[in-house]
Design a protein around this ligand. Structure first.
Ligand code: XLS
Ligand code: NI
Ligand code: NI
Length: 434
């Protein structure tokens, strides 16, 4: 079957004028001794590629999906699997991610939904074996169904909480069955609309209890990949409990969940939180907690999660600088949690969109690697803190210093001469490589 009107996308280099080719992403090319595909670990998002009809709050879907009969049947879900794997193969993408309800329909009751999931998972497993594609992470959709309108693991209703737990149990088992490398929790509706009706303390306690049950269940079924928490500050809730990387880390520490969890950082969520992507990545990486990345971008003129494809080379460079600094992604990857614009409704637009994201990250990787090899930027930062390498600075870092020591030092040394931060020079330096 041929659902996408193109051959497998090839690397043709920068002289090519063929829009359906990679200009920079050359899967097996080595950058610093490691292939581009191993650095970047691209993943396709099932929800955007197969299930996003491109509707928005003002109008219905525009996406052409000639393979989809629009029904909730298992047959339709099974057909989508073929389409999805054709897409991954044509793109040369070797990982993917799903929500349970993306891959299989939600039916009348939990058992019927779970049985449908089993059928689709069996087909996904065959496809994975046939192609070598791997599941980067699975997750449960705990935000679309009306029962979750007031939250899932933070719902005020224990019946809803129980349903959510049952759903996550099954989604974890499906992830395990597909040898998933990780399992993600995005808060969805875990937050509140108004504090007038909310007991925040009880809700957050319940969320922690839920995640501990997930940890216990992983042990029972032998799933030992990391759990990821994906921060997002708002939308759909007014305030979401996992609002940014720092809030997630605080929550995980407070409830003793640091061992089993890592963070999955998404670009558009970072900007909605009022941070840059490199800030969020750095906060996570500094705690040894950066697990995976949802690669997309927002729009400076629109205040919501537009989930656009990451085509900004500067942004991709900043992401890859953090990833290279921490020694690379291990279990995680770069998941394109991104959708086409509503106007790009043809199937081939999915191909163009992913080419753009992959090429931008290939460039980001090469540029970040070159900046690190050049060392001027890294040396500048090392030098900027070098007074902490010796004398009083080293004493501070060793934890042996007192205020009396600082006072004596200052009395002996007088007014410090502060060095320039050279922000503009460093911005120029980065631009040299773009
Ligand atoms: C939505 C989130 C979602 C997660 C998976 O904004 O990014 O797509 O990645 O539930
Ligand atoms: Ni995401
Ligand atoms: Ni998002």
């Amino acid at each position: 079957m041929q659902y996408f009107d193109c051959d497998k996308i090839q690397f043709e280099g920068t002289s090519s004028k063929n829009a359906l080719s990679f200009k920079h992403y050359n899967a097996d090319e080595l950058v610093g001794g490691k292939s581009m595909k191993d650095h970047l670990r691209f993943a396709g998002a099932y929800w955007h590629i197969m299930r996003n009809d491109l509707s928005d709050p003002f109008g219905g879907g525009t996406a052409q999906m000639p393979w989809d009969d629009g029904s909730d049947s298992v047959e339709n879900a099974l057909t989508r699997v073929d389409v999805f794997f054709e897409f991954l193969d044509k793109m040369g993408i070797e990982y993917y991610c799903w929500h349970d309800r993306d891959i299989a329909p939600e039916l009348n009751d939990l058992s019927a939904s779970s049985a449908a999931l089993d059928k689709v998972v069996a087909k996904l497993k065959d496809k994975q074996n046939e192609t070598g594609v791997k599941l980067l992470w699975g997750t449960a959709c705990l935000f679309s169904h009306p029962r979750y309108s007031q939250g899932a693991a933070t719902s005020p209703d224990a019946n809803v909480y129980a349903y959510a737990g049952a759903q996550v149990k099954k989604a974890m088992e499906a992830t395990k069955e597909l040898d998933g490398l990780g399992y993600t929790f995005w808060g969805g509706r875990e937050g509140y609309s108004t504090l007038l009706n909310t007991n925040m303390k009880r809700e957050i306690d319940h969320l922690a209890a839920f995640l501990h049950m997930a940890v216990d269940h992983a042990k029972k079924i032998g799933f030992d990949g990391p759990f990821y928490i994906e921060p997002k500050p708002r939308e759909p809730s007014t305030h979401q409990y996992d609002s940014d990387a720092a809030a997630c880390l605080n929550f995980l520490r407070e409830y003793d969940l640091m061992d089993r969890f890592r963070l999955n950082i998404e670009t558009n969520h970072a900007t909605l939180a009022g941070h840059t992507m490199e800030h969020e990545l750095t906060v996570a990486a500094n705690a040894g907690m950066l697990g995976s990345i949802d690669a997309n971008r927002g729009d400076t003129l629109i205040g919501w999660d537009t989930d656009q494809f990451p085509t900004d080379i500067h942004l991709a460079t900043q992401v890859m600088l953090v990833v290279l600094e921490m020694g690379g992604l291990t279990t995680g990857g770069l998941n394109f949690d991104a959708k086409r614009r509503r106007e790009s409704h043809e199937p081939i637009d999915l191909v163009h969109a992913h080419i753009g994201g992959m090429d931008a990250f290939a460039r980001g990787l090469k540029i970040a690697h070159a900046i690190r090899e050049d060392r001027r930027l890294l040396n500048f930062v090392d030098e900027r803190y070098s007074s902490f390498d010796k004398d009083i600075g080293a004493k501070v870092e060793s934890g042996q210093c007192s205020f009396e020591d600082l006072e004596a030092f200052t009395q002996a040394n007088g007014e410090p001469t502060v060095a320039s931060g050279r922000q503009e020079m460093l911005e120029n330096l980065v631009n040299e490589f773009l």
